[in-house]
Ligand binder design. Sequence first.
Ligand code: GCU
Length: 655
Amino acid sequence: MNFSKCWLDYQPIKNVEKAFSTLSVSCSGTVVESAVQEYCLAMKAMTGSEPEVVRTESEEGVSLYLDSSLSGKDGYELRKKEKGYTVTGQSESGVLYGVFELLRLIRTEKLADLPLTGAPEMPLRIMNHWDNMDGSIERGYSGNSFFYKDYEIFYNERTEQYARMMASIGINAIVINNVNVHEKETYLITDTYLQRVKKYSDLFCRYGIRLYTSVNFAAPMELADFDNCDPLNPQVADWWKEAAKHIYECIPEFGGFLVKADSEGRPGPFTYDRTHADGANMLARAVAPYGGIVIWRCFVYNCGQDWRDTKTDRARAAYDNFIDLDGCFDDNVILQIKNGPMDFQVREPVSPLFGGLKKTNMILEVQIAQEYTGQQIDLCYLLPMWREILDFDTYAEGEGSTVLKIVKGELYGQNLCGMAAVINTGDDYNWTGNDLAAANTYGYGRLAMNPSQSPESIAREWTALTLGARVEEPVTDMLMKSWSTYEKYTSPLGIGWMVTPHYHYGPDVDGYEYDRWGTYHRADRNGLGVDRTPAGTGYTSQYNEPWPGIYADREKCPEELLLFFHYVRYDEKLKSGKTLIQHIYDTHFEGVEEVEAMIEAWRGLAPKLSADVYERVMERMERQLANAIEWRDRINTYFYRKSGAADEKGRKIYE
Ligand code: GCU
């Protein structure tokens, strides 16, 4: 096999109970059959023998039931009975999730936790693939696509394993192509590819997952002879209706469309002086008769900015473009909002749109692919970041209006909400480039299923399932420290960017400073940072009270975001009593030291790990160290040259 099994690598277990050898199935359906298959496959690997499957109720063994009166959509309940265990699902997916949960408990020796109930807390748990049909992946750091090559769509053991992996972490929607829809991908929704797409959809459906495609807003112009794609042109709308009708004839379970419009050169309604609501609703009406959904991205900003202009602020863009459209979207439209106002930086405030929109379905978009957080070379476990985002209080409906409540549908009673993540997989043997980066893939699904689980417990679970209980403690420790370490040796205090343009790995402090992307740090000889208070760009006013007052106040502003919101002099003191410049030097030295310590810790684990995992990760860690050193020296030298301030501790800073 040319791929690893990741967290589904079932190893022999010690405590084999007699009950495991019988599976009694009192329900039916294609997803239930997948649950049966998963159970048998796992048991064969863990106990050495295939369990007997009986299709009647049985006192003994593991029993599967379906009970739609069970609470929580797609929920499940696991119980111990006298001579075995029961798994009851509220739906077929519930049965499948319950079986995966049972298998996890067996593997982590936690059957004593029963009885246990669970239900996915977010209605939509989506993976966004940025795969292109030529086989490349936009921001892919683990080889090429395992969906496509040379404009052909694969279907093989790996795609099957992928579907199983996604179901095992609770994913229920997958977008199979890049949001930047290029020429050939525009044809994905046509007969050129639909039959192949259907094969994927059928596979996903067996695991309770719906398939979506990213679509090109200008498809009527590219696929038919239209000279415009004005969303209010009835012929354009009719074209989409016909296209949707055909898709659903072929794939009745088709989920819908994901759309990146008027963003980074992609076509959209702005060309025709129409709003994003006009654009989204036109598409939504085409898929509505079939229960389809349109997911519309809010990543809309001016990417042709002049760096001389200090009033235009990219951070404001999503809010400014969408806030007035609140309440204008059809019921089957969801806005997909990136976690921060910029673009997946190592540290950003939470997008103010979450606190602004009240009558619109919302999905939180995060990036598992580590575009700006080390590209799966450097270790950066992202769950603690996502946790903070979910816990952010928007104050939309008073205190306690967290992002989590919004995306769970609790605050506004919505059903079409949840999370979407740009996945980090590719066709590398280990799927994710760095073996440890799979903790983010796994963790994303687990967090969306059950956000009350802590990032640490998810890290433990992933480590135990993937690398073995023997290394659970030290690897969890590495994962938990890694975001902070990465943040220390890269850009300071929320300012972001400072990366090599286009590639986004490694330092280039001024790389984006005089460019058109709206990503500036404004460093001069006295200090750095962007003034986003009302005296500056006014971005702070996009938040609900009390945030504007907190963010705009130099003293109250959370320090990790200080330079995002304020221009600060190098000699100004931080809460620690250190000057800003000393903080920059210290964190950069510390970051490198922490990487060195992590490598030492990994070295110590060699006897407890398989040699290939050990080597693969070590190779990444050595590259991470080189990267951290480069960041440290470039950042320190840059700010030393600007400020002329010596390091109090007299460490080596290159002139
Ligand atoms: C980032 C990324 C692009 C991507 C874009 C998006 O800007 O660098 O490659 O297309 O996000 O989210 O659409």
